[in-house]
Write a protein that binds this ligand. Structure first.
Ligand SMILES: *[C@@H]1O[C@H](CO)[C@@H](O)[C@H](O)[C@H]1NC(C)=O
Ligand SMILES: *[C@@H]1O[C@H](CO)[C@@H](O)[C@H](O)[C@H]1NC(C)=O
Ligand SMILES: *[C@@H]1O[C@H](CO)[C@@H](O)[C@H](O)[C@H]1NC(C)=O
Ligand SMILES: *[C@@H]1O[C@H](CO)[C@@H](O)[C@H](O)[C@H]1NC(C)=O
Ligand SMILES: *[C@@H]1O[C@H](CO)[C@@H](O)[C@H](O)[C@H]1NC(C)=O
Ligand SMILES: *[C@@H]1O[C@H](CO)[C@@H](O)[C@H](O)[C@H]1NC(C)=O
Length: 811
């Protein structure tokens, strides 16, 4: 072997050694990282190396989670210039800059250092936070980096990253979407901090503002639904040197990241679920229509529970009489004087307006703030800049106010400048009080007189009805005369029939005074004595809750037993969610459905524990939930089961009333009922509202499962979102829907003792407490295809004599 060959071999060996081939978290200036090798952070959380995104063949250097089986890239170096072969090499060049080169393309990426590297040797190190840093080899743990990847975010904000500004160097850190999942080059969805009088987080789509969170209020952003939670802590720093938002994980064992997604036009936060081995969506924004930037124009207020969502703030009217476009906004009904003569009106629960022209001071209080605002003719509103405690600081807005929404849960107060005449005539305070006293006295008198008259009328009716049939008439009992109802319903005309309920047909009627009513004509199945029935009705007429249909009275005369309810113009929930009618199901977008779910839950809770009676409904289902003109849900037929089944002991019955598809297994098979069997039915209803499918009669081509079975399968496969009704696509916050599916599955668990009580359900719906994992639900398959109840010692539950199947109604 000659000397040259020996030299060549030595060189090759040297190359192999200097090339990086073992797991390490650092790259020194004498090493290089080639395609195929990686750096792994010390704790094993993150890995850096070459990758190709999605179906692309381009090579990029990026950082992804090492300990998570789903490859999730959180940072990309050469976003702008992909490498088209496997010749990429990451090195530190002689001046200390990390550079990425490829054979055919030369330098594709290099890091621009925040300060010049002195003579010390430098190293690149991947920290366990996912931060790639360049530091002097001897610098150890001091955070004196020459460069760090956290200063140049891609589409993901990791815990500990700062979104915002280093005001001394002018460095801005913003998050930019990938163009698509195959292309990490910067898309046009940007998430950043606006450096303005009162800074706030803003998402831009290209050059248009897209969504703003509202200014920081000391606790959170004005319109953020993120409350203190067990997963992460948010903070906002604004001082002379720095202006940024950041968050840290409370539990270091949890993985969470937030990113902007171009395809969906959303900013999403995910939390890694060990149970499902997938990223679960925790929250995403914009959440709904009202989050759309400036949807309602100047002085418009977006309110998601109103239709149309855009309204004018009180004291303002639409700019144009003709309804052209709502973004035209609103104008004052009374002009301002633009002097100290103007006053301020307090509005509650708002997302604070766009803060581009605003000003903030931490050191002055609300009164001084008002004075300052009063003095400046272009100041249109003010409020506390920090809501902690009693509130402190001052924020002021100049010019027309835009992008305000009503935000019941966590919105803020805002004092808006108004013409003095809008505030009402100025009088001496004493005269005001006198006026109030006099007017309230007058009102009280009117109410008393009206009450007397109504009662008198009822008493008359009651006395007339008393034909020796009903004794001991309670003067409070709202009794109607049969003739009144017969004429109100046009002799129970078929045209007036609204539907067929479990206990008989329901008719629409109108009383002489114009009040619309719904009349339930009870069929002859009641075995109960008139007196007992009457007593029950009296009790139920006293149940009052905004989520229960109001029972106005009854009429018991001869064979006829009628219950009279308030009329619900929007009929029942099933006609919205199960219809094939696309338009109808879209009326109930996610926020309305969520509102309905919460309303039903409150109604059931009232029956279970807040009313004097402790009522188990036993027939909760979509057709028993009626909707009023504002789509508020009201439960009907409550307590009827109790009124009808006189022959049962508490907790056990051999008369099973209810509807297949909603009945808890222990109830359908053993007649065992409890509040937990209502919880079961509620869970079914919840899953039906989310999926738009009936539990009973649900059909999926892949399997014989019913809706719960299907939901359970999807849950275990980590794909609960496939359950969601296509009708609500685009209107929902996935985290919220998935949480509801989770709650639904907890409610339908096989064993009653595992199911949550209604108060817990309400707590779960209304907060972000951690939910337990659901166990297997009862009835995985439709009873038509599988009999789950195989015990022969049980009374046969399905015999037609003992069961009321209320699903006969032909809606
Ligand atoms: C990669 O890109 C370079 C420069 O654009 C080009 O010369 C080369 O042919 C490309 N290689 C492949 C495999 O496409
Ligand atoms: C190292 O890379 C930086 C950035 O590309 C460049 O400015 C510098 O000149 C390079 N140094 C050498 C010695 O090539
Ligand atoms: C955006 O979200 C969609 C739908 O979840 C997903 O398929 C896509 O990969 C995401 N895009 C990026 C760049 O992550
Ligand atoms: C998160 O914030 C809460 C309340 O501000 C605080 O008590 C807690 O210590 C914080 N957690 C961490 C990990 O900083
Ligand atoms: C403001 O009020 C004063 C006193 O009533 C009046 O003279 C002045 O014209 C008003 N200015 C405007 C702009 O309305
Ligand atoms: C009102 O405040 C704005 C913003 O601070 C300022 O530019 C303007 O000069 C002020 N106007 C008056 C009359 O003080």
């Amino acid at each position: 072997m000659d000397a040259l060959s020996l030299l060549l071999i030595c060189c090759k060996l040297l190359l192999i050694f200097s090339e990086f081939s073992f797991a390490s978290d650092v790259l020194t200036s004498s090493q290089s990282l080639s395609d195929g090798n990686t750096l792994i952070s010390k704790g094993g959380s993150f890995e850096l190396g070459f990758f190709s995104p999605g179906s692309s063949e381009n090579r990029y250097v990026g950082i992804w989670y090492k300990s998570i089986p789903v490859k999730t890239v959180v940072w990309v170096a050469n976003r702008l210039k992909p490498i088209n072969d496997s010749s990429g090499l990451l090195t530190i060049n002689r001046t200390g800059n990390p550079v990425l080169t490829s054979l055919s393309m030369g330098i594709v990426w290099s890091a621009s250092l925040s300060k010049e590297v002195q003579q010390t040797p430098v190293i690149l190190q991947l920290l366990d936070s996912g931060n790639l840093i360049l530091r002097g080899e001897q610098d150890g743990d001091s955070e004196n980096y020459f460069w760090q990847s956290f200063d140049y975010p891609s589409d993901t904000l990791l815990p500990g990253m700062k979104l915002g500004w280093d005001l001394k160097t002018g460095l801005e850190r913003r998050v930019t979407s990938w163009k698509s999942s195959n292309d990490p080059s910067p898309g046009d969805l940007i998430w950043k901090i606006e450096r303005q009088g009162n800074p706030e987080l803003v998402m831009w789509k290209g050059s248009t503002k897209f969504y703003r969170t509202g200014p920081w209020n000391g606790v959170t952003f004005s319109a953020s639904s993120i409350k203190p939670n067990p997963i992460f802590n948010s903070s906002f720093v604004s001082n002379e040197d720095e202006l940024y938002y950041t968050y840290i994980l409370v539990d270091k064992a949890v993985f969470s990241r937030t990113l902007v997604n171009q395809t969906l036009s959303l900013r999403q936060r995910f939390v890694w679920s060990k149970a499902t081995q997938s990223w679960e969506l925790y929250i995403s924004v914009p959440r709904d229509q009202c989050d759309t930037y400036n949807l309602c124009g100047d002085y418009g207020i977006c309110s998601i529970s109103k239709s149309p969502v855009c309204q004018c703030l009180k004291g303002f009217k639409p700019k144009s009489e003709v309804y052209v476009e709502r973004s035209q906004g609103c104008v004052r009904t009374k002009p301002l004087n633009y002097s100290r003569r103007d006053g301020f009106v307090k509005f509650n629960d708002l997302k604070l307006p766009d803060s581009t022209s605003s000003w903030v001071s931490k050191s002055i209080n609300l009164n001084e703030c008002r004075e300052k605002c009063s003095d400046n003719s272009s100041c249109m509103a003010y409020t506390n800049s920090d809501i902690r405690g009693e509130g402190s600081g001052c924020a002021m807005w100049f010019g027309d106010l835009i992008d305000i929404r009503y935000f019941q849960d966590g919105g803020q107060d805002l004092y808006i400048r108004m013409s003095a005449s809008e505030l009402g005539a100025k009088g001496e305070p004493t005269t005001k009080i006198v006026v109030i006293v006099i007017s309230s006295a007058a009102l009280l008198a009117v109410v008393l007189i009206a009450g007397y008259l109504i009662r008198k009328r009822r008493r008359n009716i009651a006395e007339k009805t008393e034909n020796g049939q009903i004794h001991n008439i309670d003067l409070e009992l709202p009794l109607f005369e049969l003739a009144t109802i017969v004429s109100a319903t046009n002799k129970f005309s078929i045209n007036k029939k609204l539907g067929q309920g479990g206990f008989g047909p329901v008719y629409k009627g109108m009383l002489v005074d114009g009040q619309e009513i719904a009349v339930k004509r009870l069929s002859k199945i009641s075995e109960q004595g008139l007196k007992e029935l009457k007593n029950e009705v009296i009790l139920f007429s006293k149940l009052q809750h905004r989520n229960l249909v109001k029972l106005l009275g009854c009429c018991i005369q001869g064979e006829e037993k009628l219950l009279i309810y308030e009329f619900m113009p929007n009929k029942s929930l099933d006609s919205f969610i199960f219809g094939l009618d696309q338009e109808r199901c879209k009326i109930l977008d996610w926020s309305k459905r969520f509102h309905i779910i919460c309303g039903i839950a409150r109604g059931v809770m009232y029956l279970h524990q807040d009313s004097r009676l402790r009522i188990i409904h036993r027939d909760l289902k979509a057709s028993n939930v009626l909707l009023d003109q504002d789509m508020n849900p009201k439960i009907s037929d409550f307590g009827l089961a109790r009124a009808f089944a006189g022959d049962e002991t508490e907790g056990n019955t051999n008369r099973v009333v209810g509807t297949y598809g909603y009945m808890a297994p222990e109830y359908a098979s053993d007649g065992q009922f409890s509040v937990k069997s209502d919880v079961f039915s509620f869970g079914i209803l919840l899953l039906e509202i989310i999926s738009g499918k009936k539990n009973r009669g649900f059909y999926h081509s892949d399997n014989k499962l019913n809706l719960i079975g299907h939901a359970w399968k999807l849950w275990n496969e980590g794909m609960p979102s496939q359950l969601i009704d296509p009708c609500i696509q685009g209107s929902f916050n996935l985290a919220e829907v998935i949480r509801c599916i989770h709650i639904g599955l907890l409610c339908v668990q096989q064993h009653p003792e595992d199911r949550p009580s209604m108060p817990s359900v309400i707590l779960m719906l209304g907060s972000e407490i951690v939910l337990p994992q659901p166990k297997q639900p009862g009835y995985l398959a439709d009873r038509n295809s599988t009999r789950l109840d195989s015990s022969s010692s049980m009374p046969e539950p399905c015999s037609t004599n003992t069961i009321t199947i209320s699903e006969l109604e032909g809606r």
